[in-house]
Write a protein that binds this ligand. Structure first.
Ligand code: SF4
Length: 250
């Protein structure tokens, strides 16, 4: 229960705490300056006004990002601005907080991915005619299988020894493109070639966070894989999570 709570709340709580601290420091600085310095120089006036403006901008943008988890803003340009801020400013702020509090990176990453998923579901659910790509990691494949499913998942013979069979079936039933990528470069190539509107990506924490940050403009719904045999070897995925995502986007 505690782990589940952190996997969802860690990222937004960190950003909110950081902004409260920044706001408090800025308020004390400006308050002291106002009470002590009556005959201000122009430089000091500009400096303290600038601090107030920057802090107010950071807080208001964060509130809008929180709102974007449940509300779709009409302007595409504004949504891109909020995403840029999320990935380039607030992600960094919360990562520092995670380091300061000596917390595990995996739960922090999971929380960020969950937060980003909420925004993607709000902005991209059920838009007809959408091109959806189901992007899967190569380590899902059974290690003894000799079929080159990275070339095309359709080659899977559905023997049932790994989750690739069920995922192939799901992609055919839902009429979405599915691909297995053996690394970041291949994943980038698949995305470039297919040019999807939405990506449903399955991978580990590290690969997912690198992928969503690398292609931050693209809506990537992230699903963590399970690693019963250790990292990068015969991994599995909760098929109900994949079906949930497909149902939301189709
Ligand atoms: S389900 Fe497909 S990919 Fe997995 S072992 Fe069988 S043939 Fe190979």
């Amino acid at each position: 229960m505690k782990k589940q709570f952190f996997s969802v709340m860690k990222f937004p709580v960190y950003v909110s705490i950081a902004l409260i601290i920044i706001f408090a420091i800025a308020f004390i600085l400006v308050y002291q300056a106002y009470s002590v310095l009556l005959g201000w120089s122009l430089g000091k006036k500009i400096l303290y006004t600038g601090i107030i403006v920057v802090v107010a901008w950071l807080v208001s943008t964060w509130l809008l990002i929180l709102a974007s988890t449940t509300k779709k803003f009409k302007s595409a340009g504004f949504r891109i601005y909020l995403k840029w801020m999320l990935f380039h400013v607030y992600y960094r702020i919360s990562r520092w907080m995670n380091t300061i509090f000596f917390q595990r990176t995996s739960t922090f990453r999971e929380s960020f991915l969950n937060f980003n998923n909420e925004i993607i579901l709000t902005n991209h659910s059920r838009i007809p005619g959408k091109k959806i790509l189901l992007l899967l990691p190569h380590c899902l494949q059974n290690s003894k299988c000799r079929i080159r499913v990275t070339a095309n998942i359709i080659y899977c013979e559905e023997c049932g020894k790994c989750d690739v069979a069920a995922l192939k079936k799901m992609s055919l039933e839902n009429n979405v493109q599915a691909a297995l990528a053996s690394g970041g470069s291949m994943a980038r190539k698949v995305i470039k070639d297919f040019d999807p509107d939405v990506v449903i990506a399955v991978a580990c924490h590290r690969d997912l966070i690198e992928g969503v940050r690398d292609a931050w403009k693209l809506p990537i719904f992230a699903i963590l894989n399970e690693r019963p045999n250790g990292p990068c070897f015969e991994t599995t995925v909760n098929l109900a999570d994949v079906q949930f995502a497909l149902n939301k986007f189709i």
